[in-house]
Write a protein that binds this ligand. Structure first.
Ligand code: FES
Length: 499
């Protein structure tokens, strides 16, 4: 048995380990979170930590053979999207009989995203929002995207438990903090509504998600569920119930259903596109009679995962870029680049003909010099990073094209394009159109609509009637697989170009 001394912010502790175990595994098994975007496969380079007398190492590929000392990166403040929007449906407060179980009944609405978790704490006596909180999804230590996480736990119940425990711990600690700050007891919480993608829902409930990653992509469940909260061991009111919102398919989950049900556009908007760009691109086109949905494997480029200096929207991430102005989250020294910054940087490179229409970049482009960065290394974009952006944006644009074709609409006939989710909310729309992520034809009709999944979960907590609206969305929806679209290959190849 050897010993590992772990230095993290303001804390030092020592743990034991056996040789033959990766540093990432040692840290994980001792409850230390390290972002591991590729799930420990050695391909993403995101799990770097500093080892004394060795320097920065890729922790999933480093196998300590004797006593070592490791320094963890400072824990980073995350920026979790909790905003909602004017287009959110308004609904009468009718939370159901459970409110009689507490004098001060509280409902909790949760949007479990692959990257982050947003929580809304609602006073069920009057429908007022007591508090909103967010945190990063700790499952990130097992992979950035749903496929890496499914691979991690596929047919391995113990590993599935790791993933379930990670998300439940996040939820538990958010709930506890909100209870403390609003002077409520855990037993005041009588109702919880959860919106999430299909994989996150499986992992939350401890259901094997393997089938989601394998053709014919049949999840174990997509229907709505109502469970006793005690099943998730959250310590809430003994009568509390957890409402799991319905999904449409393996890759169009309850987050999209909740979002579509929560949007209440004005009369003038009859046909609209809905796009939620996360680690997957989930999208829909809504017409008065029908909804078509599809998902694209956009990859996690805009979450920073396949980008050499990419990172999530943490303090120190470049969030906006132009030649004279580099903006970072919290104004800290740049340590990487997040999705919104990436979009603007690529638009800049195109405008200045540093990247060609075909996506060629001659050499790495330095965004922030090594001597000005917060890591001592330059923050730069590489030719491979540009390729990743091309793949991601082409996947999204193919989905949008296929949806409008399915609905038989031209862009002129589409009244709005709602962009939901964290990346969508912070991205510069002009840059998104510039690089071809969103269609030029929709210029002037793009509306950033915030966290619609969270808005749907709040509506579900507040009203029993919202379930009917969710069901209507599911019934009205027809899902199609982009791979079955005969034009997909051609559209994808064309979408690789920067227009
Ligand atoms: S390289 Fe270690 S987790 Fe990806």
């Amino acid at each position: 048995m050897h010993h590992l001394k772990i230095h993290s912010v303001g804390e030092i502790r020592t743990v034991g380990f056996e040789t033959g175990t990766s540093l990432l595994e040692i840290l994980r098994s001792n409850g230390v979170q390290v972002m591991a975007a590729c799930g420990g496969n050695g391909t993403c380079g995101k799990c770097k930590v500093k080892v004394k007398d060795v320097g920065m190492v890729t922790s999933c590929l480093y196998f300590p053979g004797h006593d070592e000392e490791v320094f963890l990166p400072r824990s980073l403040e995350s920026k979790v999207l909790t905003d909602q929007h004017d287009y959110t449906l308004s609904i009468e407060l009718e939370p159901g009989d459970l409110i009689e179980k507490s004098e001060h009944p509280v409902g909790v609405a949760i949007d479990v995203g692959t990257t982050s978790i947003a929580m809304y704490f609602i006073d069920l006596n009057n429908g007022h929002t007591l508090g909103i909180a967010g945190t990063m999804n700790s499952q990130g230590q097992y992979g950035a995207d749903v496929i890496s996480r499914i691979n991690y736990c596929s047919h391995k119940p113990d590993k599935l438990k790791d993933l379930q425990a990670a998300v439940l711990n996040d939820i538990r600690s958010l709930i506890q903090k909100e209870c403390e700050s609003h002077k409520r007891k855990l037993t005041d919480i009588v109702k919880v509504s959860v919106a999430a993608n299909t994989t996150m829902l499986h992992m939350l409930l401890g259901e094997d998600p393997t089938a989601i990653a394998l053709a014919p992509f049949t999840p174990k469940f997509i229907d709505a569920k109502i469970l006793p909260a005690s099943k998730l061991e959250l310590g809430l009111n003994p009568a509390a119930k957890v409402h799991v919102l319905p999904s449409i398919s393996a890759y169009v989950g309850a987050d999209v259903v909740a979002g579509l049900a929560a949007i209440d556009p004005p009369e003038s908007i009859k046909n609209y596109l809905f796009v939620d760009i996360g680690t997957n691109g989930e999208m829909a086109i809504v017409t008065p009679d029908k909804i078509w949905t599809c998902a694209t494997a956009a990859g996690p480029a805009f979450e920073g995962a396949n980008i050499s200096c990419g990172m999530g929207a943490y303090a120190g991430a470049i969030s906006s870029f132009s030649k004279d102005d580099v903006v970072t989250i919290n104004d800290e020294k740049a340590i990487g680049i997040c999705g919104s910054g990436l979009l603007e940087a690529v638009a800049y490179l195109l405008d200045n003909e540093i990247v060609s229409m075909e996506g060629n970049l001659e050499e790495d482009f330095v965004l922030v010099d090594a001597n000005k960065s917060g890591t001592g290394d330059a923050v730069a974009l590489t030719p491979k990073d540009i390729r990743e952006v091309q793949l991601a944006k082409s996947a999204i644009s193919c989905g949008i094209i296929a949806l409008t074709e399915k609905a038989g609409l031209s862009y002129d006939e589409v009244d709005a394009l709602f962009v939901a989710g964290g990346f969508g909310n912070y991205m510069n729309i002009e840059s998104a159109i510039r690089i071809g992520l969103l269609p030029q034809e929709m210029k002037g009709k793009v509306i950033q609509i915030g966290n619609t999944a969270g808005a749907g979960a709040v509506l579900d907590v507040c009203s029993e009637k919202f379930a009917k609206r969710l069901n209507e969305v599911v019934k009205k929806s027809e899902h199609f697989d982009l791979a079955d679209d005969p034009n997909f290959a051609m559209n994808f190849a064309m979408g690789m170009y920067f227009s």
